[in-house]
Design a protein around this ligand. Sequence first.
Ligand SMILES: [Cu+2]
Length: 126
Amino acid sequence: MKKLTVLIVFAIAAVAAPAVLFGQEVIDRTDVSSGVVEITVTSQGLRFTPDEIRVREGVTVRLTYENGGGGHDWVLDELDAATEFLRGGQSETIEFVADEAGTFEFYCSVPGHRARGMVGDFVVVR
Ligand SMILES: [Cu+2]
């Protein structure tokens, strides 16, 4: 019986580990339908956390990118949003309007980083 419990714990850990290792984390602010939504994104290595951001169409997004290390930026082409290139420990707050519904990819524009997974989904819902 004890062996079975251990097995089950390992099975759960195996399923949950990728989400933890790869920073799969969602910020859902679709509860806010007007005004300003404040969101903070961090990065460690080549991973953004959260890597999924959900907001409602029409809100103003005040997004702070806190760079946890290395040289990176945070770019979202479809909504004309981008930080400057930031060094580790630097942060920048930008504001933009989520004026188009859809699922868009945000990414780091440093060569090679997007391809290596420094991306996330920015979801704008109606
Ligand atoms: Cu980067």
